[in-house]
Design a protein around this ligand. Structure first.
Ligand code: SF4
Ligand code: SF4
Length: 432
Protein backbone atom coordinates (compact mmCIF):
# COMPACT_ATOMS: atom_id res chain seq x y z
CA UNK A 1 0.00 0.00 0.00
CA UNK A 2 1.17 3.50 -0.78
CA UNK A 3 1.87 5.56 2.32
CA UNK A 4 4.89 7.75 1.79
CA UNK A 5 3.63 11.07 0.42
CA UNK A 6 6.36 13.50 1.36
CA UNK A 7 8.64 13.22 -1.71
CA UNK A 8 11.77 15.38 -1.98
CA UNK A 9 12.54 18.71 -3.52
CA UNK A 10 14.85 18.45 -6.53
CA UNK A 11 16.49 20.98 -8.81
CA UNK A 12 13.86 21.56 -11.49
CA UNK A 13 16.04 23.09 -14.25
CA UNK A 14 12.79 24.20 -15.86
CA UNK A 15 13.59 27.87 -16.39
CA UNK A 16 15.62 27.20 -19.52
CA UNK A 17 12.62 25.98 -21.57
CA UNK A 18 9.83 27.77 -19.71
CA UNK A 19 10.69 31.33 -20.59
CA UNK A 20 9.65 31.27 -24.27
CA UNK A 21 6.14 30.75 -25.58
CA UNK A 22 5.27 27.47 -27.26
CA UNK A 23 6.17 27.37 -30.94
CA UNK A 24 3.90 25.69 -33.45
CA UNK A 25 5.94 23.92 -36.10
CA UNK A 26 3.80 22.20 -38.71
CA UNK A 27 6.18 21.98 -41.67
CA UNK A 28 8.39 18.90 -41.44
CA UNK A 29 9.27 17.65 -44.91
CA UNK A 30 8.60 14.06 -43.84
CA UNK A 31 6.75 12.48 -40.94
CA UNK A 32 7.14 8.90 -39.71
CA UNK A 33 4.10 7.25 -38.13
CA UNK A 34 5.39 4.41 -35.96
CA UNK A 35 3.63 1.10 -36.46
CA UNK A 36 3.64 0.42 -32.75
CA UNK A 37 1.88 1.64 -29.61
CA UNK A 38 2.66 0.83 -26.01
CA UNK A 39 0.09 -1.94 -26.11
CA UNK A 40 1.42 -3.57 -29.28
CA UNK A 41 1.89 -3.39 -33.06
CA UNK A 42 -0.29 -1.58 -35.60
CA UNK A 43 -1.26 -2.60 -39.14
CA UNK A 44 -0.68 -0.07 -41.94
CA UNK A 45 -3.78 0.64 -44.04
CA UNK A 46 -1.88 2.62 -46.70
CA UNK A 47 0.94 1.71 -49.08
CA UNK A 48 3.70 3.52 -50.97
CA UNK A 49 2.24 5.91 -53.52
CA UNK A 50 -1.02 6.57 -51.64
CA UNK A 51 -2.08 10.18 -51.21
CA UNK A 52 -3.16 11.02 -47.66
CA UNK A 53 -4.83 13.94 -45.95
CA UNK A 54 -4.36 15.32 -42.44
CA UNK A 55 -6.43 13.19 -40.09
CA UNK A 56 -6.86 10.29 -42.53
CA UNK A 57 -6.51 6.84 -40.96
CA UNK A 58 -3.18 5.28 -42.01
CA UNK A 59 -2.90 2.43 -39.48
CA UNK A 60 -5.05 0.46 -37.08
CA UNK A 61 -4.51 -1.42 -33.88
CA UNK A 62 -6.55 -4.62 -33.84
CA UNK A 63 -7.56 -6.74 -30.84
CA UNK A 64 -6.83 -5.47 -27.32
CA UNK A 65 -6.51 -1.69 -27.41
CA UNK A 66 -8.12 -1.41 -30.85
CA UNK A 67 -7.86 2.09 -32.28
CA UNK A 68 -7.13 4.14 -35.38
CA UNK A 69 -3.96 6.08 -36.08
CA UNK A 70 -4.06 9.05 -38.45
CA UNK A 71 -1.68 10.98 -40.66
CA UNK A 72 -0.39 14.24 -39.20
CA UNK A 73 0.33 15.88 -42.58
CA UNK A 74 -1.12 15.76 -46.09
CA UNK A 75 1.08 14.29 -48.79
CA UNK A 76 2.25 11.01 -50.28
CA UNK A 77 3.18 7.77 -48.56
CA UNK A 78 6.74 7.02 -49.66
CA UNK A 79 7.19 3.67 -47.95
CA UNK A 80 7.54 1.74 -44.70
CA UNK A 81 10.92 2.35 -43.07
CA UNK A 82 12.68 1.43 -39.85
CA UNK A 83 13.24 4.47 -37.63
CA UNK A 84 14.14 5.11 -34.00
CA UNK A 85 11.45 4.98 -31.34
CA UNK A 86 11.60 6.49 -27.86
CA UNK A 87 11.72 2.95 -26.44
CA UNK A 88 15.30 2.81 -27.75
CA UNK A 89 14.49 0.42 -30.60
CA UNK A 90 14.25 0.68 -34.37
CA UNK A 91 10.65 0.06 -35.39
CA UNK A 92 8.72 0.22 -38.64
CA UNK A 93 7.01 3.48 -39.54
CA UNK A 94 4.97 4.86 -42.42
CA UNK A 95 7.02 7.56 -44.15
CA UNK A 96 4.86 10.39 -45.52
CA UNK A 97 6.24 13.22 -47.66
CA UNK A 98 4.52 16.47 -46.75
CA UNK A 99 2.94 18.31 -49.72
CA UNK A 100 2.57 21.43 -47.54
CA UNK A 101 -1.02 21.80 -48.76
CA UNK A 102 -2.45 21.05 -45.29
CA UNK A 103 -5.42 19.28 -46.87
CA UNK A 104 -7.76 18.05 -44.15
CA UNK A 105 -9.67 14.80 -44.21
CA UNK A 106 -13.37 15.72 -44.71
CA UNK A 107 -14.41 14.22 -41.35
CA UNK A 108 -12.50 17.02 -39.55
CA UNK A 109 -15.22 19.59 -38.99
CA UNK A 110 -17.06 21.08 -36.01
CA UNK A 111 -19.20 18.55 -34.18
CA UNK A 112 -22.77 19.79 -33.89
CA UNK A 113 -24.14 17.35 -31.34
CA UNK A 114 -21.65 17.86 -28.51
CA UNK A 115 -24.23 18.33 -25.76
CA UNK A 116 -26.04 15.09 -26.51
CA UNK A 117 -23.01 12.77 -26.62
CA UNK A 118 -23.48 9.57 -24.63
CA UNK A 119 -20.78 7.83 -22.65
CA UNK A 120 -20.48 5.20 -25.38
CA UNK A 121 -20.12 7.88 -28.06
CA UNK A 122 -17.33 9.58 -26.12
CA UNK A 123 -15.51 6.26 -25.82
CA UNK A 124 -15.94 5.62 -29.55
CA UNK A 125 -14.50 9.06 -30.29
CA UNK A 126 -11.42 8.28 -28.19
CA UNK A 127 -10.92 5.03 -30.13
CA UNK A 128 -11.39 6.54 -33.58
CA UNK A 129 -9.05 9.42 -32.71
CA UNK A 130 -6.35 7.07 -31.41
CA UNK A 131 -6.20 9.00 -28.14
CA UNK A 132 -3.47 7.78 -25.81
CA UNK A 133 -2.05 9.28 -22.61
CA UNK A 134 0.38 12.04 -23.60
CA UNK A 135 2.04 12.11 -20.17
CA UNK A 136 4.42 9.33 -21.21
CA UNK A 137 2.43 6.17 -20.59
CA UNK A 138 0.85 6.06 -24.06
CA UNK A 139 -1.96 3.82 -22.81
CA UNK A 140 -5.22 4.01 -24.82
CA UNK A 141 -7.36 6.54 -22.96
CA UNK A 142 -10.68 4.87 -23.67
CA UNK A 143 -9.69 1.75 -21.71
CA UNK A 144 -9.82 3.79 -18.51
CA UNK A 145 -13.35 4.88 -19.41
CA UNK A 146 -14.88 1.47 -20.07
CA UNK A 147 -14.70 0.58 -16.39
CA UNK A 148 -17.89 -0.74 -14.79
CA UNK A 149 -16.90 0.79 -11.45
CA UNK A 150 -18.64 4.05 -10.52
CA UNK A 151 -16.40 7.08 -11.11
CA UNK A 152 -16.76 10.07 -8.83
CA UNK A 153 -13.77 12.23 -9.86
CA UNK A 154 -11.73 12.82 -12.99
CA UNK A 155 -8.34 14.26 -12.09
CA UNK A 156 -6.18 16.17 -14.54
CA UNK A 157 -2.50 15.72 -13.79
CA UNK A 158 -0.82 19.03 -14.62
CA UNK A 159 2.00 18.49 -12.14
CA UNK A 160 4.78 17.74 -14.63
CA UNK A 161 7.08 16.96 -11.73
CA UNK A 162 10.21 15.81 -13.58
CA UNK A 163 13.07 18.28 -13.91
CA UNK A 164 13.57 20.09 -17.27
CA UNK A 165 10.05 19.34 -18.59
CA UNK A 166 7.73 22.28 -19.26
CA UNK A 167 5.67 21.39 -22.33
CA UNK A 168 2.51 20.61 -20.31
CA UNK A 169 2.92 23.95 -18.55
CA UNK A 170 3.28 25.86 -21.86
CA UNK A 171 0.42 23.94 -23.48
CA UNK A 172 -1.93 24.88 -20.62
CA UNK A 173 -0.98 28.55 -20.89
CA UNK A 174 -1.64 28.42 -24.65
CA UNK A 175 -4.98 26.63 -24.35
CA UNK A 176 -6.49 27.08 -20.85
CA UNK A 177 -10.09 26.97 -22.06
CA UNK A 178 -9.46 23.83 -24.10
CA UNK A 179 -8.16 22.18 -20.94
CA UNK A 180 -11.40 23.06 -19.14
CA UNK A 181 -13.46 21.80 -22.07
CA UNK A 182 -11.45 18.60 -22.35
CA UNK A 183 -11.95 17.90 -18.64
CA UNK A 184 -15.67 18.73 -18.94
CA UNK A 185 -15.95 16.07 -21.68
CA UNK A 186 -13.91 13.57 -19.66
CA UNK A 187 -16.29 14.09 -16.71
CA UNK A 188 -19.25 13.36 -18.98
CA UNK A 189 -17.49 10.34 -20.53
CA UNK A 190 -16.99 8.90 -17.03
CA UNK A 191 -20.40 9.98 -15.75
CA UNK A 192 -18.43 11.51 -12.87
CA UNK A 193 -19.52 14.15 -10.41
CA UNK A 194 -16.50 16.42 -10.52
CA UNK A 195 -13.17 17.25 -12.08
CA UNK A 196 -10.00 18.43 -10.33
CA UNK A 197 -6.93 19.95 -12.01
CA UNK A 198 -3.79 19.33 -9.96
CA UNK A 199 -0.70 21.50 -10.45
CA UNK A 200 2.47 22.41 -8.53
CA UNK A 201 2.16 25.33 -6.16
CA UNK A 202 4.92 27.37 -7.78
CA UNK A 203 3.14 27.32 -11.14
CA UNK A 204 0.96 30.29 -10.26
CA UNK A 205 0.52 31.02 -13.97
CA UNK A 206 -1.53 27.82 -14.32
CA UNK A 207 -3.82 28.95 -11.53
CA UNK A 208 -4.21 32.43 -13.03
CA UNK A 209 -4.92 31.15 -16.54
CA UNK A 210 -7.55 28.61 -15.42
CA UNK A 211 -9.27 30.57 -12.66
CA UNK A 212 -11.14 32.81 -15.07
CA UNK A 213 -12.97 29.83 -16.59
CA UNK A 214 -14.03 28.19 -13.33
CA UNK A 215 -17.37 30.02 -13.18
CA UNK A 216 -18.42 28.26 -16.42
CA UNK A 217 -17.65 24.83 -14.96
CA UNK A 218 -19.01 24.65 -11.39
CA UNK A 219 -18.01 20.99 -10.99
CA UNK A 220 -14.32 21.69 -11.77
CA UNK A 221 -11.83 22.87 -9.15
CA UNK A 222 -8.09 23.47 -8.85
CA UNK A 223 -5.77 21.71 -6.41
CA UNK A 224 -2.18 22.64 -5.52
CA UNK A 225 0.52 20.17 -4.54
CA UNK A 226 3.97 20.87 -3.14
CA UNK A 227 7.10 21.27 -5.21
CA UNK A 228 8.40 17.78 -4.48
CA UNK A 229 9.22 14.73 -6.54
CA UNK A 230 7.32 12.51 -7.37
CA UNK A 231 4.28 14.75 -6.81
CA UNK A 232 2.99 13.79 -10.27
CA UNK A 233 2.77 10.11 -9.37
CA UNK A 234 -0.83 8.97 -9.78
CA UNK A 235 -1.08 7.42 -6.32
CA UNK A 236 0.35 10.54 -4.72
CA UNK A 237 -2.13 12.81 -6.50
CA UNK A 238 -5.14 10.63 -5.75
CA UNK A 239 -4.24 10.40 -2.08
CA UNK A 240 -3.84 14.17 -1.91
CA UNK A 241 -7.13 14.94 -3.66
CA UNK A 242 -9.37 12.23 -2.23
CA UNK A 243 -7.55 10.94 0.87
CA UNK A 244 -7.90 7.43 -0.58
CA UNK A 245 -5.27 4.80 -1.35
CA UNK A 246 -5.53 1.77 -3.64
CA UNK A 247 -3.46 -1.14 -4.77
CA UNK A 248 -4.53 -1.76 -8.38
CA UNK A 249 -6.21 0.87 -10.54
CA UNK A 250 -7.49 4.36 -9.61
CA UNK A 251 -11.02 3.29 -10.60
CA UNK A 252 -11.04 1.16 -7.41
CA UNK A 253 -11.44 4.43 -5.50
CA UNK A 254 -13.73 6.04 -8.08
CA UNK A 255 -11.05 8.05 -9.87
CA UNK A 256 -9.71 8.36 -13.42
CA UNK A 257 -6.53 10.38 -14.01
CA UNK A 258 -5.58 11.99 -17.32
CA UNK A 259 -2.63 14.15 -18.23
CA UNK A 260 -3.36 17.85 -18.98
CA UNK A 261 -2.11 17.68 -22.59
CA UNK A 262 -4.35 14.66 -23.21
CA UNK A 263 -7.34 16.70 -22.02
CA UNK A 264 -6.47 19.61 -24.34
CA UNK A 265 -6.24 17.26 -27.32
CA UNK A 266 -9.51 15.60 -26.26
CA UNK A 267 -11.32 18.95 -26.52
CA UNK A 268 -10.35 19.09 -30.22
CA UNK A 269 -11.35 15.47 -30.72
CA UNK A 270 -14.83 16.04 -29.31
CA UNK A 271 -15.50 19.48 -30.74
CA UNK A 272 -13.78 19.29 -34.16
CA UNK A 273 -13.18 15.56 -34.79
CA UNK A 274 -9.42 16.22 -34.98
CA UNK A 275 -7.71 12.92 -34.10
CA UNK A 276 -4.45 12.66 -32.16
CA UNK A 277 -2.04 13.98 -34.80
CA UNK A 278 0.03 16.57 -32.91
CA UNK A 279 1.51 16.90 -29.46
CA UNK A 280 3.56 19.29 -27.31
CA UNK A 281 7.21 18.46 -26.69
CA UNK A 282 10.08 20.04 -24.73
CA UNK A 283 13.51 20.16 -26.39
CA UNK A 284 15.91 21.26 -23.69
CA UNK A 285 19.12 20.68 -21.79
CA UNK A 286 22.55 22.27 -21.57
CA UNK A 287 23.37 20.77 -24.99
CA UNK A 288 21.05 22.99 -27.11
CA UNK A 289 21.37 26.71 -27.67
CA UNK A 290 17.78 27.79 -27.15
CA UNK A 291 15.68 25.23 -25.30
CA UNK A 292 11.97 25.57 -25.87
CA UNK A 293 8.57 23.93 -26.24
CA UNK A 294 6.97 22.99 -29.53
CA UNK A 295 3.57 21.84 -30.73
CA UNK A 296 4.36 19.54 -33.66
CA UNK A 297 2.88 16.84 -35.91
CA UNK A 298 3.43 13.37 -34.55
CA UNK A 299 6.16 11.81 -36.69
CA UNK A 300 8.42 14.90 -36.79
CA UNK A 301 12.17 14.26 -36.54
CA UNK A 302 13.68 15.45 -33.25
CA UNK A 303 16.81 16.60 -35.15
CA UNK A 304 14.64 19.21 -36.93
CA UNK A 305 13.45 20.51 -33.58
CA UNK A 306 17.03 20.76 -32.31
CA UNK A 307 17.74 22.94 -35.38
CA UNK A 308 14.74 25.09 -34.42
CA UNK A 309 16.43 25.51 -31.01
CA UNK A 310 19.30 27.14 -32.96
CA UNK A 311 21.24 23.89 -32.85
CA UNK A 312 23.68 22.38 -30.41
CA UNK A 313 25.48 24.39 -27.75
CA UNK A 314 28.75 25.90 -28.95
CA UNK A 315 31.42 23.27 -29.47
CA UNK A 316 29.08 20.31 -28.88
CA UNK A 317 29.02 17.77 -31.70
CA UNK A 318 25.82 15.71 -32.04
CA UNK A 319 27.94 12.58 -31.66
CA UNK A 320 29.33 13.88 -28.35
CA UNK A 321 25.94 14.57 -26.79
CA UNK A 322 23.82 12.51 -24.46
CA UNK A 323 20.10 12.39 -25.22
CA UNK A 324 17.34 11.45 -22.83
CA UNK A 325 13.97 10.55 -24.31
CA UNK A 326 11.52 11.75 -21.66
CA UNK A 327 12.39 13.20 -18.26
CA UNK A 328 15.77 12.73 -16.57
CA UNK A 329 14.22 10.64 -13.77
CA UNK A 330 12.18 8.18 -15.79
CA UNK A 331 13.33 8.69 -19.38
CA UNK A 332 15.57 6.55 -21.50
CA UNK A 333 19.14 7.43 -22.46
CA UNK A 334 19.69 7.25 -26.19
CA UNK A 335 22.77 7.90 -28.27
CA UNK A 336 21.50 9.74 -31.32
CA UNK A 337 19.16 12.55 -32.29
CA UNK A 338 17.46 10.52 -35.05
CA UNK A 339 14.46 10.06 -32.79
CA UNK A 340 10.93 10.58 -34.04
CA UNK A 341 8.17 12.33 -32.05
CA UNK A 342 5.49 9.89 -30.99
CA UNK A 343 2.57 9.92 -28.57
CA UNK A 344 4.77 8.97 -25.59
CA UNK A 345 7.65 11.37 -26.27
CA UNK A 346 7.07 14.58 -24.31
CA UNK A 347 10.69 15.71 -24.09
CA UNK A 348 14.20 15.24 -25.35
CA UNK A 349 17.00 16.46 -23.08
CA UNK A 350 20.37 17.06 -24.70
CA UNK A 351 23.49 17.19 -22.52
CA UNK A 352 27.21 17.07 -23.11
CA UNK A 353 28.49 13.51 -22.88
CA UNK A 354 30.02 12.62 -19.51
CA UNK A 355 31.94 9.39 -19.19
CA UNK A 356 30.68 7.33 -16.26
CA UNK A 357 33.05 5.55 -13.90
CA UNK A 358 32.12 2.29 -12.23
CA UNK A 359 30.68 3.49 -8.96
CA UNK A 360 30.66 1.56 -5.69
CA UNK A 361 27.73 1.47 -3.27
CA UNK A 362 28.65 3.25 -0.02
CA UNK A 363 25.89 1.54 1.93
CA UNK A 364 24.48 4.92 3.02
CA UNK A 365 20.84 3.83 2.68
CA UNK A 366 19.69 7.07 1.05
CA UNK A 367 18.06 5.20 -1.83
CA UNK A 368 15.80 3.32 0.60
CA UNK A 369 15.05 6.48 2.59
CA UNK A 370 13.53 8.26 -0.39
CA UNK A 371 11.78 5.35 -2.10
CA UNK A 372 8.04 6.21 -2.22
CA UNK A 373 7.21 2.49 -2.50
CA UNK A 374 9.23 1.60 0.66
CA UNK A 375 11.67 -0.64 -1.20
CA UNK A 376 15.29 -1.42 -0.38
CA UNK A 377 16.88 -0.98 -3.81
CA UNK A 378 20.34 -2.24 -2.75
CA UNK A 379 18.88 -5.54 -1.55
CA UNK A 380 16.95 -5.87 -4.80
CA UNK A 381 20.17 -5.20 -6.74
CA UNK A 382 21.94 -7.96 -4.83
CA UNK A 383 19.05 -10.34 -5.50
CA UNK A 384 19.29 -9.51 -9.23
CA UNK A 385 23.02 -10.16 -9.21
CA UNK A 386 22.49 -13.54 -7.56
CA UNK A 387 19.55 -14.29 -9.88
CA UNK A 388 17.32 -15.03 -6.85
CA UNK A 389 13.78 -14.69 -8.19
CA UNK A 390 12.15 -15.66 -4.88
CA UNK A 391 14.07 -12.99 -3.02
CA UNK A 392 13.21 -10.39 -5.69
CA UNK A 393 9.56 -11.26 -5.17
CA UNK A 394 9.88 -11.16 -1.37
CA UNK A 395 11.50 -7.72 -1.64
CA UNK A 396 8.38 -6.54 -3.47
CA UNK A 397 10.31 -5.22 -6.50
CA UNK A 398 7.12 -5.10 -8.52
CA UNK A 399 5.94 -2.12 -6.45
CA UNK A 400 8.67 0.05 -7.96
CA UNK A 401 7.06 2.93 -9.86
CA UNK A 402 10.31 3.70 -11.70
CA UNK A 403 10.41 7.24 -10.36
CA UNK A 404 14.23 7.28 -10.51
CA UNK A 405 14.61 8.89 -7.08
CA UNK A 406 16.98 6.20 -5.78
CA UNK A 407 19.49 6.95 -8.55
CA UNK A 408 18.98 10.68 -8.18
CA UNK A 409 19.93 10.78 -4.47
CA UNK A 410 22.75 8.26 -4.67
CA UNK A 411 26.00 10.05 -3.70
CA UNK A 412 28.00 7.43 -5.58
CA UNK A 413 25.95 7.71 -8.81
CA UNK A 414 25.02 4.04 -8.78
CA UNK A 415 22.36 3.40 -11.47
CA UNK A 416 20.29 1.67 -8.84
CA UNK A 417 16.98 2.27 -10.63
CA UNK A 418 18.20 0.16 -13.55
CA UNK A 419 18.77 -2.76 -11.17
CA UNK A 420 15.22 -2.51 -9.79
CA UNK A 421 13.77 -2.23 -13.30
CA UNK A 422 15.77 -5.33 -14.25
CA UNK A 423 14.30 -7.10 -11.23
CA UNK A 424 10.80 -6.26 -12.46
CA UNK A 425 11.71 -7.61 -15.90
CA UNK A 426 12.99 -10.82 -14.33
CA UNK A 427 9.73 -11.22 -12.41
CA UNK A 428 7.70 -10.63 -15.54
CA UNK A 429 9.71 -13.15 -17.55
CA UNK A 430 9.72 -15.60 -14.65
CA UNK A 431 5.94 -15.38 -14.42
CA UNK A 432 5.47 -16.47 -18.07
S1 SF4 B 1 12.79 3.91 -8.89
FE1 SF4 B 1 11.68 2.31 -7.77
S2 SF4 B 1 13.13 1.61 -6.21
FE2 SF4 B 1 13.88 3.62 -6.95
S3 SF4 B 1 12.97 5.11 -5.56
FE3 SF4 B 1 11.56 4.95 -7.29
S4 SF4 B 1 10.07 3.39 -6.65
FE4 SF4 B 1 11.82 3.19 -5.27
S1 SF4 C 1 22.16 5.63 -2.21
FE1 SF4 C 1 23.77 4.74 -3.53
S2 SF4 C 1 25.52 4.51 -2.18
FE2 SF4 C 1 23.74 4.83 -0.86
S3 SF4 C 1 23.01 2.73 -0.38
FE3 SF4 C 1 21.88 3.39 -2.16
S4 SF4 C 1 23.08 2.63 -3.91
FE4 SF4 C 1 24.41 2.56 -2.12
Amino acid sequence: MFQKTSGIHIDGRKAMSKKLTMEEYFNPEYVYIHLIKNIGPLKATVAAGDEVKIGQVVAVREGFGEMNVSSSVSGTVTGIKKVWHSSGRMVEAIEIKNDFQNTMDPHIKPNKNIDSLTREEYIEKMKLAGLTGLGGAGFPTYIKYITHLPIDTVIINAVECEPYLTCDFSFILEYPEKLMKGLHHFIKAANAKRGVIVYKNYNKEIKESLQKYLHKYPNISLFEVEDVYPAGWEKYIIERVTGKTYTGLPSEVGVIVNNSSTAIVFADIVEHNIPLISRPITITGEGVKKPRNFFVPIGTKVSELVEKCEGYADGLLPTKANYIAGGPMTGRAILIDDLIVNDTLGAVIVKPFVEKLHPECLGCGKCADVCPAYLTPTEIKKAVESNDLNLIKALNANSCVQCGLCSYVCPSHVEITDAVVKAKDMLRKGAK
